[in-house]
Design a protein around this ligand. Structure first.
Ligand code: ADP
Length: 446
């Protein structure tokens, strides 16, 4: 096992990883920008190294500075968390070239899954169901027209190098297609420096359902159930739940088996998530995230498995030591992402936290790096806490969530707590009747 792990991240996820390390008897090294000198992850770590000024490109994205920090402190592994360099294959390669273990899948796997055209081809080859679409990239408007005729309108044009919902355009007919194609290509070029685009049938009312995968270096793969992340605003997840209200046991077991077989074929190792769109009982592969995800705690709540601990264990070369039949699913879990934003306009609200009182009690978990008197810096994303609640029944989980949201006190900055209170009081949400467009429609209605 590792003796010292460097955590190349900040905020709640840096703290989450620190906690897993401490419980495993591993020392931690925090890295931080000058804006984060007072951050909780820096205070708690065994050692801390300042890696640059506030802008992320000069600090949390500064590969050389992070590797130097690992060398100076003698860390034997780097955990990248999510965001920042977590899906940067070049960085993972640099880490390994310096004799440091990368806590994640191989650089080759990260690179393949990071290119959407390649990822989709790999998905098809390994037996994952995909959205009908073009065979790889689409190089001309005329080629796009032919694909659209074949799969039928509406269609969506997507950047091969895409991410964060950028470079995607929908066309409902041939006259819209020309403009959609050209705009998507231009956006892809400006946002990602790569104008390669591909096409898919546009699904109109899908849910976003993802499967958590955990694999060791010896070909053992388990699936830790699904998360329903359909509640999104501008392609950003707002609230997630597990299990999905849309799936029954048979459907869940079937998709987990398909994913497990595919991951074994691909030779995947470490932690990963396969994202699907789900409509009319069918799953369609969207993409694979080759890292730990923000919403991992709901999976931990329903499986009782500490996924960060497992991720560190398998990266150190330990075998999983259990198989799919040993995984037990129990109860319901919901996570609310609480952002320092105005709950109606979503304008970020950085500033100094006054009173900070978190809810407690049975089956209530708060993952956050905030404290009273802390100044939320304006340089990074605005999430200040994740509230995760478990219940034996979905209704029990909802009642507990309502109680916990009502108890949460955050003063000094505006937060999205009122938005979550409104969502969970809505009858569609209570009935589990929602798709990826539900939240934006709900927000427009007000
Ligand atoms: P990104 O990596 O930019 O987030 P994804 O491929 O994961 O791109 O897609 C992001 C979102 O775009 C999905 O969650 C979904 O809301 C929408 N989307 C993508 N492909 C389709 C499709 N074929 N039909 C309908 N919606 C889609």
């Amino acid at each position: 096992m590792f003796e010292k792990v460097l955590i190349a991240n900040r905020g709640e996820i840096a703290l989450r990883i620190h906690r897993a390390c401490k419980e495993m008897g591993i020392k931690t090294v925090a890295v931080h920008s000058t804006a984060d000198a007072d951050a909780m992850h820096v205070r708690l770590a065994d050692e801390a190294v300042c890696i640059g000024p506030a802008p992320a490109r000069d600090s949390y994205l500064n590969k050389a500075a992070i590797i130097s920090a690992a060398m100076i402190t003698g860390a034997d592994a780097i955990h990248p968390g999510y965001g920042f360099l977590s899906e940067n294959a070049d960085f993972a390669e640099m880490v390994e070239a310096h004799g440091i273990t990368w806590i994640g899948p191989s650089p080759k796997m990260i690179r393949m899954m990071g290119d959407k055209v390649q990822a989709k081809a790999a998905a098809i080859k390994s037996g994952l169901p995909v959205v009908p679409g073009s065979d790889g990239d689409v190089r001309t408007v005329d080629a796009a027209k032919i694909v659209a005729q074949k799969i039928g309108y509406p269609v969506i044009i997507k950047a091969a190098a895409g991410g964060g919902g950028k470079g995607m355009k929908v066309a409902h007919n041939e006259s819209e297609l020309v403009e959609a194609y050209n705009t998507a290509k231009l956006e892809a070029k400006t946002s990602f420096g790569n104008d390669m685009v591909y096409m898919e049938k546009y699904l109109q009312t899908p849910r976003h359902i993802e499967i958590q995968v955990l694999a060791d270096n010896y070909g053992n793969v388990v699936c830790l159930g699904e998360r329903d992340c359909s509640l999104q605003r501008k392609h950003q997840k707002v609230l997630e739940e597990s299990p999905s209200p849309a799936l029954n046991k048979t459907q869940r077991e079937k998709i987990m088996e398909i994913v497990r077989t595919a991951m074994t074929k691909i030779g995947y190792s470490n932690l990963g998530t396969i994202e699907f769109l789900y409509e009319n009982g069918e799953f369609y592969f969207l993409e694979m995230n080759t890292r730990l995800q923000v919403e991992h705690p709901i999976t931990e709540m329903v499986t009782g498995i500490d996924v960060v601990r497992e991720q560190i264990r398998v990266a150190s070369g330990a075998p999983l030591g259990y198989s799919q039949k040993d995984i037990r699913f129990d109860g319901y879990a919901i996570e609310c992402r609480i952002n320092a934003e105005n709950p109606e306009t979503f304008i970020p609200s950085p500033g100094k936290i006054g009173c900070w009182h978190v809810p407690g009690g049975l089956w209530v978990r708060v993952d956050s790096a905030m404290y009273s008197g802390y100044k939320v810096p304006p340089h990074y994303d605005s999430m200040v806490a994740k509230l995760i609640v478990f219940g034996r029944s979905r209704n029990g989980c909802l009642m507990r969530l309502k109680r916990a949201l009502d108890e949460f006190v955050i003063e000094g900055v505006e937060t999205t707590i009122p938005l979550h209170q409104r969502i969970i009081a809505n009858s569609d949400f209570i009935d589990g009747q929602y798709n990826i467009h539900w939240l934006e429609n709900f927000l427009e209605k007000k």
